[in-house]
Design a protein around this ligand. Structure first.
Ligand code: PLP
Length: 373
């Protein structure tokens, strides 16, 4: 039964809605009369074709993706896209350089990977602690970059950028890593050249990355030495099936997109994300400095909330350890911060309910009342 399920506030792979897991369970031995599990179906079968086509149709509907954009279901996670973006697009302009806005661990990784393939311009200086975004009038933008890259939500540092930065000229192709906040808020696909998101946070199982990209940019690509599975032109021509795609993860994504629509689409999930994150930030802000989130308010992530417990002006790791232990006793798991930053991290992906977040916020208040001497 469900009573044994833990509430998982981890950064991913994340908790999925229990009703989605139950549907998968019901179909596990015999998918749709096929007599097989989905993972046993040929990726060339009509039964699987229906799954990937439905998934594409639904995500196109959810995000209003125009036909001028391709939707790809690829392997290698978001990390593979760090290389693919550079290999496919660094030479879009004669400058053969790209601008990277580095605002945390993941955009830093992307910039360093891209540096293997060409000249990368860091728009803002490297930081040792990412807690926001430097003022746009301090940015050093290139004259004519092949593209501008940023990460919409830094999963470890909890820095979220709501809109495409206004200083980036309108004709510069925008590449965005939306892995951790994908499907938590609406956005205008047509403002981007490439969007990618790995599945294990908001739409299912790891091993799958969704890539949405402008087809015309791919046609202009002149790099002849791209590893074939990272070559967007090849993947578009083969409809994500140059080789065997991650069929089971695509099946789970299909279920999650159907669930997203049934929730009321991005409008509803946007509201849920706002409600859940407000519950936690209100608890932090009303704690008189017991819980501390150091991100500038405009850039606070609604999805990943890193925080420290502070007593007498210093970080209290003993109380943080007690916090994790007490949380586990209340069936709340995976609250430990990433090893790169320490402390506590609360991840509020789409599979976490408002009710579960209320319980966590109540737990935080009770914990403070008991331990804030
Ligand atoms: N980008 C962001 C924002 C992430 O949070 C992650 C993983 O947590 C990645 C990229 C890497 O994703 P993957 O492990 O699917 O390669």
């Amino acid at each position: 039964g469900n009573s044994a399920r833990k509430v998982n506030f981890g950064a991913g792979p994340a908790q999925l809605p229990v009703e989605v897991l139950e549907t998968i369970q019901n179909e596990f031995l015999n998918f749709n009369g096929s007599g097989s599990n989905v993972m046993e179906l040929s990726h060339r079968s009509s039964a699987f074709a229906k799954i990937i086509q439905e998934a594409e149709r639904d995500i196109r509907e959810i995000l209003t993706i125009p036909d001028s954009y391709a939707v790809l279901f690829l392997q290698g996670g978001a990390t593979a896209q760090f290389s693919a973006v550079a290999l496919n697009f660094l030479n879009l302009k004669p400058s053969k350089t790209a601008d990277y806005l580095v605002t945390g661990y993941w955009s830093e990784k992307a910039a360093k990977e891209a540096e293997k393939f060409g000249k990368i311009n860091w728009v803002v200086p490297k930081s040792s602690k990412y807690q926001g975004v430097p003022a746009e009038d301090t940015w050093k933008l290139s004259e004519e970059p092949s593209y501008f890259y940023y990460c919409a939500n830094e999963t470890i540092h909890g820095v979220e950028i709501e809109n495409i930065p206004a200083v980036v000229p309108k004709d510069v192709p925008i590449v965005c890593d939306m892995s951790s906040n994908f499907l938590t808020r609406p956005f205008d696909v047509t403002k981007y050249a490439v969007i990618f998101a790995s599945a294990q946070k908001n739409f299912g199982a790891s091993g799958l990355v969704l890539v949405i990209l402008r087809k015309d940019l791919v046609e202009n690509n002149t790099n002849k030495s791209i590893p074939i599975i990272l070559d967007y032109k090849v993947q578009i021509a083969n409809e994500s099936m140059y080789n065997t795609p991650p069929t089971f993860s695509i099946y789970v994504a299909n279920k999650m997109f159907a669930w997203t629509k049934a929730q009321g689409g991005l409008k509803a999930l946007n509201q849920q994300s706002a409600s859940k994150s407000s519950l936690v930030y209100e608890t932090i802000d009303e704690s008189n400095g017991f819980y501390v989130n150091s991100v500038e308010k405009n850039y606070r992530s609604r999805v990943n909330i890193p925080l420290r417990i502070v007593t007498n002006g210093t970080t209290n790791e003993t109380l943080e350890a007690l916090f994790f232990a007490e949380a586990v006793k209340s069936n709340m798991f995976e609250l430990k911060g990433h090893r790169a930053v320490g402390g506590i991290r609360i991840s509020l992906y789409n599979g976490i309910t408002v009710e579960e977040t209320e319980k966590l916020a109540n737990f935080m208040r009770t914990f403070q009342a008991k331990n804030n001497s």
